[in-house]
Design a protein around this ligand. Structure first.
Ligand code: MN
Length: 374
């Protein structure tokens, strides 16, 4: 296939043929529409693909709630939209109506950030995790076909966290855990990451219970980080969320955690927090000597084998295409990030995105059915 002009420039036609062949080979598109979209920055490539097949009954798994008593210390309190507080505490008819509006059959609910990860006193974190999980279970029981749960875990105390996860999975029938990044332990200025040796027995329990662990972002610490000075908002969801969470994930990978527990399943939101885009270079620089991970294999191996990636809050076909190319559609799961994101905006984007209908069905529903055994 000729892709360049006689002067050696890549031609438009050459690009389209090449890109559509590459996309078709991984099942992304049946025609040149997707490649055409990729070529043009001016056209809006997130608009609907003609003839695409929307998936009814989606499953979403980064959908948040908080107890009314904790809403003011949660990230919902800083949301500029006046109805965010009311939406996030509603686990009843309002929530179900929103799910119907967004074409969502099942939502796996989780406590919004920073949650118990932001409670330095372990005893208090343990009590609040238990209260939160019991409250969630009571509400799931009112709508068991539509609502499921992820456990809140007090990782300030790894043994207590393992015990609480076991209780949530065995007694409350939760689907796994969602943890809002590092934990502050004893001191509000501390940030403790889960690659550290004291967490290995906790991870043994996660593997034994055979449930996924969703590593959700929280703000990067802006104090003591000069890059955020004068721009503290950059430490939050626009950028710091991804910076913080991607580094945490790389710490887990490079610590050798997945060599010790090869069956662990970690979920990342926001189309992988940038990792699929950067992972080749991470491995490339390590191979060149710029890094000494304790892990046995390249980081990209763990990203493909131990991670799942959701579409939460990142409704962009170009980015989704990159994730499909790096880890494959079998590892991607639909999510919204409610109530911070709109269920209809997510649905409209996803239903029309330039991917194959078989990938669309996997991502929207069947991958989650398989992962959670629904
Ligand atoms: Mn979220």
């Amino acid at each position: 296939m000729r892709t360049t002009s006689p002067e050696g420039r890549i031609t438009r036609r050459g690009f389209l043929e090449c890109a559509s062949a590459a996309l078709a080979s991984v099942g992304i598109a049946k025609n040149a529409n997707a490649a055409e979209s990729l070529l043009s920055a001016k056209r809006e490539p997130d608009s609907a693909t003609p003839g695409s097949q929307p998936v009814a009954g989606k499953i979403a798994l980064e959908e948040h709630f908080v107890l009314a008593e904790n809403v003011e210390t949660s990230y919902a309190a800083r949301d500029v939209r006046p109805d965010a507080r009311q939406k996030i505490v509603d686990l009843g008819s309002g929530r179900i109506a929103e799910m119907d509006r967004g074409g969502l059959d099942i939502c796996i609910l989780s406590l919004t950030a920073p949650g118990v990860q932001g409670i330095p006193r372990a005893k208090e974190a343990i009590a609040q995790a238990r209260r939160t999980n019991d409250y969630l279970a009571e509400n799931i029981a009112k709508n068991p076909k539509r609502l499921k749960g992820f456990a809140t875990l007090p990782l300030q105390d790894p043994d207590a966290a393992a015990q609480e996860l076991r209780r949530c999975v065995k007694d409350l029938h939760f689907c796994g855990a969602l943890v809002n990044g590092f934990s502050q332990v004893a001191d509000a200025n501390s940030a403790v990451y889960y690659d550290l040796p004291q967490y290995r027995p906790f991870w043994a329990t996660v593997q034994e219970l055979d449930v996924p662990f969703y590593l959700h972002p929280r703000d990067a610490f802006s104090i003591g980080q000069p890059c955020y000075e004068g721009y503290s908002w950059l430490a939050g969801s626009p950028w710091g969320f991804s910076a913080e969470t991607s580094i945490h994930a790389l710490r887990l990978m490079s610590s050798g955690l997945f060599d010790e527990y090869p069956k662990l399943k970690v979920i990342l939101g926001h189309l992988g927090e940038g990792l699929t885009f950067g992972i080749w270079r991470v491995d490339h620089r390590i191979a060149r000597g710029s890094g000494t991970p304790k892990a046995k294999l390249p980081m990209s191996h763990y990203l493909r084998e131990n991670f799942y990636i959701t579409t939460s809050g990142n409704f962009r076909t170009q980015a989704l295409t990159n994730v499909i190319l790096e880890v494959g559609a079998d590892r991607i799961l639909y999510s919204v990030d409610y109530p911070y994101e709109d269920v209809v905006e997510a649905k409209d984007w996803f239903d029309g995105a330039a991917i194959s209908d078989s990938d669309r069905l996997k991502i929207a529903r069947t991958n989650a059915e398989n992962l959670f055994r629904f």
